[in-house]
Design a protein. Structure first.
Lengths: 598, 125
């Protein structure tokens, strides 16, 4: 690789890839060659920048100009204007939703979206080429492994992780250092380290982005973990639905082997370590640690009771240390900069930073990494840019199907493991789905339960049958067939499942229902008693009316697929509620705003 | 298999190639070449390429080469501004590729501007 005067970074994460970034790269290369700039300008495909909402994202260095929503036809203009003549293409420069400011003369770090962020796990995502080990090396890559192997004892490594206060980023929040220590203390002829990259929560994609944008960080951390606990082999369990992540991981492992960073006698210290990738078929339950290990062994992805914990008896019956992708992404930085540095960030009991995947009714859909203790309000309004179209915020769902919905009154909660649990939700893996006034909370609870019923492995009765019964009740409620006593029955079922299900997924499955019942009980009651959906979302409970604004243009009657609208020309029309399918086609068609729904 | 020394060499070499994405703004020496129509017509492109080559040859990790538009003194093009942190900006005029090694060696590396190439010297003539 030669030196170039400018680098064009094109996001190659899954989000931007699906909006066509691969075509952009080809076009850039073509146009750059055509203009004779190929010795001066280099195009690099990076991992995710985090601002998926604005994708495909292109950043031009050294000036750091941030182009968003770039289309293939815009490439010519960027090349001839910006790269050839040095004039930024203003109309393509990213505009902040909240302030309507363009970043034209701002550094990337000054955009609202990035301003509150502190990137440790995502430090290299969007900065380096993930398929080039040299770039990772240049960003102090594998220095932590070198330090651990040559200057630290195994006990010192574990102690450093312990002191840093790092907790499991997969959701449980178990102190990582303790896990390492337990596995270190287990006696066996063979031990394993494993990485849980089976990210299954709807709306969560932190782990995918790290694997896509910085795969070597995971390899390095797993090697450090292997050294610390005394394991010579590691497994990364990643879902097959993440093809880009799998591809880059395999490239990275091959490069690391070639450089002798994996394999026999690493750094001539006598330490052997190698890594293997195993693909999961996308079952949610395989994110549960015992089920995940059964799946790696080739068995059915079903959980078993603990103890024995994996630290004692895990993969192939040997002591195994299983951590989540994001947990590993912090390890090398802790070894390099020290436990004190890491522990200086965050709250009393939750140290460091956390990556969140922002989704739902929010302007800046994407990935953000903020210090622990940042309030929900800062994340949603400052970083996320608030709800689009001026709609009113209603709730934020954290923790995926195991978490809960938090209302506006709790927005000033500083986010950490303990605060979220106290508030009635949980950290989970870090999905954060924002809901506005148009979302029906009963329907949200129904959605998550539907997911759980689909994904329940069926091994234990509370989860297999209990969640199904709960879903049936919720289905009735949203159809307007709810009965008095339904809420109480839901609560009883939820408590039973919570206390009797076999694995963590079952035990937390009722959480979305419990938290919405706690904060939005009035919505449940409106559905059951008044047969009304306060958010005007549940179709079966909607009623369409034509008001006296109607001019009798007949447009609605013509578009109605059920023939439910009648009326004479130039006179107010009427909807027959018996025939109406509640499809809303008439409301969209009406030019006079005469049709309303209640 | 790579030794620790070899890894360190790769780190250093690669850093100089990607530093324009990562370097702290305050610590970088910037070489900025005027490349509007007037600059390009006067021969700015070979000048820029010479700077890129020279920076690469010397493995200068803390230097970026970039372009800018027309500052309005088209008659003095190709013009090059060199920003060394902590020093005043120096503007070179009528730059030719043969002048580049000397500018890089004396100014960028050793911090002594090449007076005879600067705009001050040209204006005195």
């Amino acid at each position: 690789m030669d030196i170039y005067r400018a680098h064009v970074l094109v996001c190659g994460g899954t989000g931007c890839s699906s909006s066509g970034s691969a075509m952009l790269i080809d076009r850039f290369n073509e146009k750059i060659a055509e203009n004779g700039l190929d010795r001066e300008v280099k195009v690099i495909r990076t991992g995710c920048f985090g601002l998926c909402e604005a994708g495909p994202v292109v950043i031009v260095y050294p000036d750091g100009t941030f182009y968003s929503r770039v289309k293939v036809e815009n490439v010519d203009e960027i090349v001839t204007e910006h790269l050839l003549k040095g004039r930024k293409v203003e109309h393509l420069v990213y505009t902040d939703h909240a302030t309507h400011e363009q970043n034209a003369n701002k550094a990337l770090e000054d955009i609202n979206f990035y301003k509150h962020q502190h990137r440790i796990a995502l430090r290299n995502c969007g900065v380096i080429d993930p398929e080039n080990i040299d770039e990772y090396l240049a960003m102090d890559g594998y220095r932590a492994l070198e330090k651990a192997l040559t200057k630290m004892t195994r006990e010192e490594v574990i102690d450093e992780i312990l002191k840093s206060g790092l907790r499991g980023r997969g959701g449980g929040g178990f102190p990582t250092g303790l896990k390492w220590k337990f596995t270190y203390n287990s006696q066996a002829d063979q031990k394993y380290v494993a990485c849980n990259a089976d990210e299954g929560d709807p709306g969560a994609f932190m782990d995918r982005s790290i694997l896509e944008g910085d795969p070597h960080a995971i390899i390095e951390a797993m090697a450090i973990a292997g050294y610390a606990i005394g394991a010579s082999e590691g497994y990364i369990y990643v879902r097959a639905e993440y093809p880009i992540a799998v591809k880059r991981l395999n490239i990275a492992i091959a490069q690391a082997r070639e450089y002798g960073l994996l394999g026999k006698n690493i750094f001539e210290t006598g330490f052997d370590f190698d890594l293997f990738v195993r693909l999961g078929a996308g079952a949610f339950v395989c994110g549960e640690e015992t089920a995940l290990m059964h799946s790696i062994e080739g068995g059915r992805g079903e959980p078993t009771t603990r103890p024995p914990f994996p630290a004692v008896k895990g993969l192939f019956g040997k002591p195994t240390m299983l951590n989540n992708v994001e947990t590993y992404a912090n390890v090398a930085q802790i070894i390099l900069h020290g436990a004190e540095w890491y522990a200086s960030m965050g709250t009393e009991k939750s140290k460091g930073t956390k990556v969140f995947a922002l989704g739902g009714k929010i302007n800046n859909t994407g990935l953000v990494e903020v210090p622990m203790g940042t309030t929900l309000r800062t994340i949603i309004y400052e970083v996320g840019g608030g709800c689009p179209n001026g709609k009113k915020f209603k709730a934020v769902q954290t923790g995926g199907p195991s978490g809960g919905c938090l209302p506006e009154s709790l927005l000033d909660t500083p986010v950490d493991y303990d605060n979220l649990i106290q508030a009635g939700s949980m950290m989970g893996s870090g999905g954060m789905i924002v809901m506005d006034e148009d979302n029906c909370m009963v329907d949200i609870a129904r959605f998550y339960l539907d997911f759980i019923v689909d994904e329940s492995c069926g091994k234990c009765t509370p989860c297999r049958v209990g969640t199904k019964r709960m879903l049936e009740i919720l289905n009735r409620i949203v159809k307007g067939q709810g009965k008095e006593g339904d809420i109480e029955k839901l609560e009883e079922l939820a408590q039973t499942i919570k206390s009797t299900a076999l694995c963590g997924l079952g035990q937390t499955a009722p959480n979305p229902v419990l938290s919405t019942l706690h904060f939005f009980r009035d919505e449940y009651e409106a559905h059951i008693r008044e047969k009304r959906c306060p958010a005007h979302h549940c179709q079966a409970l909607l009623q369409y009316f034509i008001t006296d604004k109607c001019r009798g243009c007949t447009a609605c009657a013509r578009v109605c697929p059920a023939g439910a609208i009648t009326g004479e020309v130039k006179k107010q029309h009427k909807i027959d509620p018996e025939k109406c399918l509640k499809c809303g086609a008439c409301m969209e068609k009406c030019r006079f705003g005469a049709i309303i729904k209640t | 298999m790579k030794s620790l020394a070899e890894l360190e060499a790769i780190r250093k070499a690669t850093l100089s190639k990607i530093n324009l994405r990562t370097e702290e703004k305050g610590e970088t020496t910037r070489i900025v070449i005027g490349m509007a129509t007037c600059g390009i017509a006067a021969g700015a492109r070979p000048v820029m390429l010479s700077f890129v080559d020279e920076v690469q040859k010397r493995q200068l990790n803390h230097v970026t080469v970039s372009q800018t538009g027309c500052v309005g003194m088209c008659r003095l093009e190709p013009m090059v501004d060199v920003y060394v942190p902590g020093q005043e900006k120096v503007t070179y005029v009528h730059v030719k590729p043969e002048m580049v090694p000397r500018i890089v060696a004396e100014h960028v590396v050793n911090g002594r501007p090449v007076q005879e190439y600067t705009i001050g010297a040209a204006e005195d003539k």
